[in-house]
Design a protein around this ligand. Sequence first.
Ligand code: BG6
Length: 295
Amino acid sequence: VNISHGNSRVTATLPTGESVEVLLFGATVLSWKDASGDEKLWLSENSKLDGSKGVRGGIPLVFPAFGPPDPNHAPTSKLPQHGFARTARWEFLGKSTSEGSSSSSVKLDFGLSPENLDEATRALWPYQFGLLYSVTLDRESLNTTLVISNDGDEPFEFQTLLHTYFRIKDIASVQVSGLENSPYIDKVDGAKSKTEGSSAVTFAGETDRVYTPAKGPKDPVIVSDSGRARFRIVRDNLDQVVVWNPWTEKAAGMGDFTPKDGFRNMVCAEAGSVQGWQKLDKGDAFEGAQTIFLS
Ligand code: BG6
């Protein structure tokens, strides 16, 4: 396994050619390629990669709050949308590899704690926390696992989400299945509570929904493109799946979204814990993960 660790990125390539690239800002997975070099993630051409904003693409990590600041949740009400983990500079903690004759894998570990935050951010969210984020690549899948620990004396509450931007051929022929008959909040339609029908989700306009899948976490959420299953997402301890596509107008309104018709080549299916708050008492830890299998 070949690892390169530059000033701002870590790249790992398996002997068979699969690769993953992680930006230290946000520990954001920027790229995931299969053995033929085919990119699996969408990344805007003018994403900010300097920590001034979350990356527009790849897998930004949401913590400790999802969405715009919630005025009714005082501890996170002053934080920026989606929290600070996606812009903070993480530490690369090292790699572990397993090499076999026909298959190998690599795990890259990243850490974030209050010492890595600027003073202003620390003042806005003054808890002693530890985040350990592991990105594991093998021939057929990418696993991202986040362990959140409370290293202080005060309990804290959080939400978290793995905001994956999948690269797809044509949004008009994309289907997301595995969410049939599941309750969801429709953020495009005034945050109304609805229940999905018995067929797969399709896209014909702006879509922004927070699903709580009726099926269990091991039942994959499947992203298909032109009738072919492309990605299977298996969750561990993450109860929601956000499905997002900004469509024409929202994409036009985002300065870091390029090309403007790029929304046709992306769909976000985001595993997270974003409804209500997870509470961590002193000394406790939470682990949440997703594995994305190539189909
Ligand atoms: C999704 C949210 O997870 O992220 C959307 O459900 C939001 O409401 C989108 O627009 C992108 O957020 P941001 O902060 O990266 O522009």
